[in-house]
Design a protein around this ligand. Sequence first.
Ligand SMILES: C[S@@+](CC[C@H](N)C(=O)[O-])C[C@H]1O[C@@H](n2cnc3c(N)ncnc32)[C@H](O)[C@@H]1O
Length: 273
Amino acid sequence: MMSEEEFKRILLFLKSRYGIDMSGKKVIMNGRLENYVRMSGFSNYQEYMDAVERDFTGEMEKTLVNLLTTNHTYFMREFEHFEYLRKEVLPWLKKKEAVNRDLCIWCGASSTGEEPYTVAMVLMEFFGLEHKSWDTKVLATDVSTEVLKHAVNGIYTKEQIEGLPEQWKRRFFRKLPDKEHYAVTDELKKEVIFRQFNLMNPFPFKRKMHVVFLRNVMIYFDDRTKRELLQKIYDVMEPGGYLFIGQTEAIDRSSTPLQMIKPSIFRKREGMK
Ligand SMILES: C[S@@+](CC[C@H](N)C(=O)[O-])C[C@H]1O[C@@H](n2cnc3c(N)ncnc32)[C@H](O)[C@@H]1O
């Protein structure tokens, strides 16, 4: 088991660079790192962290982040959000962007891809035959390079896609020869752009977002980090744009000018800059 001092060192490293707060989670942290640190030949965590901090390629830091992030997700998670997207948000956007036909939708903690692929399937179904004349590509980012690899690969088990409607499975997935796995079709893959991005960094986006999914990630951040992140999100949102957060998460209403539509759905007022 790591010492208290070793725990604090990694805790601070993770919090200051990635916003992730693992206070009180020493056993979990140890469990996620122990094997890797031992197998890599380090005799203790201090030695390991010295190497991480010395490694200017950033590769060791990447691995640390891959090991310590919680990436649990699944298709159709918090289904009500996709219903709301289809029934309320997309009809509004279709009218609003009728001339440009270009939507900006961002999943800011996309993990292994189930969330952005679900969004993309909703979009393709909603626009139907008109989809060809719209650019509705979803930007999907995550800090973990490991989950992004999985997402780009787009291969899921039979169980993972089980909850999807039959017509989506038929249209957007191809059964692999082992019959246990399914691959996302190229048609769907083309609709999602995966990139590595740390939410703690300044936002590089040139355009404002119509819809932002930032679900089940702020639970790992402390209040100050959350407040600062929400301000950046607000600034990058298009007036009238929507923000979806996880259904078990909460936003301190006094810390954001966003209007609450439902407890996990927020909107930037129309007419705001
Ligand atoms: C529990 S998953 C949520 C996935 C999906 N949004 C959902 O609700 O099902 C949280 C994701 O947040 C990512 N994450 C954690 N800290 C991050 C940061 N600072 N910047 C970007 N992504 C981060 C993790 O790598 C992980 O994949």
